[in-house]
Structure formats: structure tokens, C-alpha cells
Design a protein around this ligand. Sequence first.
Ligand SMILES: C[C@H](O)[C@H](O)[C@H]1CNC2=NC(N)=NC(=O)C2=N1
Length: 101
Amino acid sequence: MSAEPLSKTETERRLESLPGWALEGDRITRTYRLPSHVAAAALTVHIARIQEELNHHSDLTLGYNTVVLSVHTHDAGGKVTEKDLELATRVAAAAPAHGAE
Ligand SMILES: C[C@H](O)[C@H](O)[C@H]1CNC2=NC(N)=NC(=O)C2=N1
């Protein structure tokens, strides 16, 4: 998978198919709200497994009933690449089963 930086325009176009995800500076971000703290913790573990599988890791913050992801590609100088979008797509597919919104 390409680790070439994507343009702001291209990134925002791709995020149109990822509801709730946003481009903030040079990162893509998403806040998930969960039914409980334990549900949020379980989603965090699930995301960690996906990140290990992809060998691509976000900053992942567990709150009372939230999970916040913020990610860019270090190997591309901290810019957004296809790898970030792949991670977002995988997380977006996994989150609903946890009751995430
Ligand atoms: C050596 C290892 O493959 C690299 O450090 C991986 C690990 N996880 C990563 N995560 C992110 N977000 N960007 C990277 O460039 C990256 N590189």
C-alpha cells in the first residue's frame, strides 16, 4: 500500500465515505461515543488488534464513554496516506457492533 501523502482535497473527498471522520491539520480523526465505559474499553482493544494486524497505529484515547482516534503516517513525514484511510475504514466497519456512534 502506498505511503505517499494525499492532498487535502483528495483526503476530504475520501472522508466523504467515512461518516464522522474529519481532517484536522495533518491527521484524520474520529470520536466514537459508546453505551458505557466498558464498551468503550472493549472497542479500544478491538482497534488495537486491527492496528497490530495492519501495522499502522493511531493515537487512541479512551474517555468515560468515548474513543478518540487521531492518525497520520509517520513514515510519510506525518501526512495522511492510504494507510490511514485503510485503518479508518476497518475501524468504521468494526465500531457499530460495539454500539458505537
Ligand atoms: C517499523 C514499523 O513497521 C513502523 O514504525 C510502522 C508502525 N506503525 C505506524 N503507524 C503509523 N501511524 N505510521 C507509521 O508510519 C507506522 N509505521
